[in-house]
Ligand binder design. Structure first.
Ligand SMILES: NC(=O)c1ccc[n+]([C@@H]2O[C@H](COP(=O)([O-])OP(=O)(O)OC[C@H]3O[C@@H](n4cnc5c(N)ncnc54)[C@H](OP(=O)(O)O)[C@@H]3O)[C@@H](O)[C@H]2O)c1
Length: 292
């Protein structure tokens, strides 16, 4: 199959690109820096397959996104079997202190760019269907696309939006034979927490939020390194959803993600939010002193 995956430089994206390649697929790895950077990041074994291709794709650049159909037309005869929207990052901190530009950038990368890629790739996905393929779109969302957390608000909004359009796409695209799947991971040990953009809070203007943000940063790093799951589980799920005949829409993965999803399903919102207020205060805002 001919597969495009964004955010292929590291984390889930790189692991999945390699796994798909070693399953015999043609992979177009989209990453910032394109071929030059890609050749430095991937193993000589992967490069030697001759089935790994690179495209420079900074997601905030409409010009870069617009070059994609041309690449698919020239190299794959206009056919694409799987689009995997994986690239993304987290903007975290109190919403009160975030700038419009920061929130818009978060939406641009995590929501508008994946949606634009769907539009740009649909003619090629439909071509796959016309040629007897079983094309699909796999959007990497998050448990944060189903449940909101404190200081994740903008990231939550971007992933909730991705969830919304993905569900709508199931109805819109099934007549064309294009399937849609969402993956909703909990915490996994990738570089995600290291590349979080934190909101700036000036202690002289808002000492309480500044102190809470410091605790949040400390606890996020600690939680990620202690409790994060193995990212290979997600790349295996990406491979499975790329290859299996029929895919369902939602795929929650990770212990913490499952726990939150079950609570969301079982408890009325008022109870769940009361319970999670206590939980999040302990997990994210507990004083660093009491942790030692
Ligand atoms: N790890 C988790 O715990 C977790 C949980 C739930 C959901 N997710 C989601 O999983 C996806 C992959 O994340 P990951 O965990 O693998 O994190 P990661 O290791 O930080 O990888 C993020 C990838 O996205 C790329 N990227 C970020 N901003 C970009 C931009 N503006 N243009 C192009 N590429 C950009 C990065 O490229 P560069 O190398 O160029 O920065 C990198 O390849 C994301 O959508 C994330 O929201 C992760």
């Amino acid at each position: 199959m001919k597969i495009l995956i964004t955010g292929a430089s590291r984390g889930f994206g790189k692991q999945a690109a390699e796994a798909l390649l070693f399953r015999g697929h043609e992979v177009l790895a989209a990453l910032r820096g394109g071929e030059g950077r890609g050749r430095m990041l991937f193993s000589s074994e992967a490069l030697a397959t001759g089935r790994l291709h690179f495209i420079d794709l900074p997601l905030e650049s409409p010009e870069a996104l617009a070059r994609l159909p041309g690449w698919v037309a020239s190299n794959w005869g206009g056919r694409l079997d799987v689009l995997i929207n994986n690239a993304g990052y987290g903007l975290m901190g109190p919403l009160e202190h975030q700038t419009d530009a920061q929130v818009r950038a978060q939406m641009e990368v995590n929501f508008f760019a994946p949606l634009a890629l769907v539009r740009l790739c649909l003619p090629s996905l439909k071509r796959s269907a016309a040629m007897g393929g079983r094309p699909r779109i796999i959007n990497i969302s998050s448990i944060a696309g189903l449940v909101s957390f404190p200081y994740y608000g903008a990231y939550n909004a971007s992933k909730f939006a991705l969830e919304a359009v993905s569900e709508a796409m199931v109805y819109e695209l099934s007549p064309f034979g294009v399937q849609v799947a969402l993956i909703e991971p909990g915490g996994f040990k990738t570089g995600f927490n290291d590349s979080v953009e934190f909101t700036e809070v000036h202690p002289e203007r808002d000492p309480v939020s500044a102190a809470r943000l410091e605790r949040f940063k400390h606890n996020l790093a600690r939680k990620g390194s202690l409790f994060g799951d193995d990212p290979a589980r997600v790349s295996r799920l990406i491979v499975k959803l790329s290859e299996q005949r029929k895919v369902g829409l939602r795929h929650v993965i990770g212990r913490d993600a499952w726990a939150m999803r079950v609570l969301q399903r079982l408890l009325p919102d008022s109870w769940r939010i009361r319970f999670e207020t206590v939980f999040f205060e302990r997990v994210f805002f507990r004083s660093t002193q009491t942790l030692r």
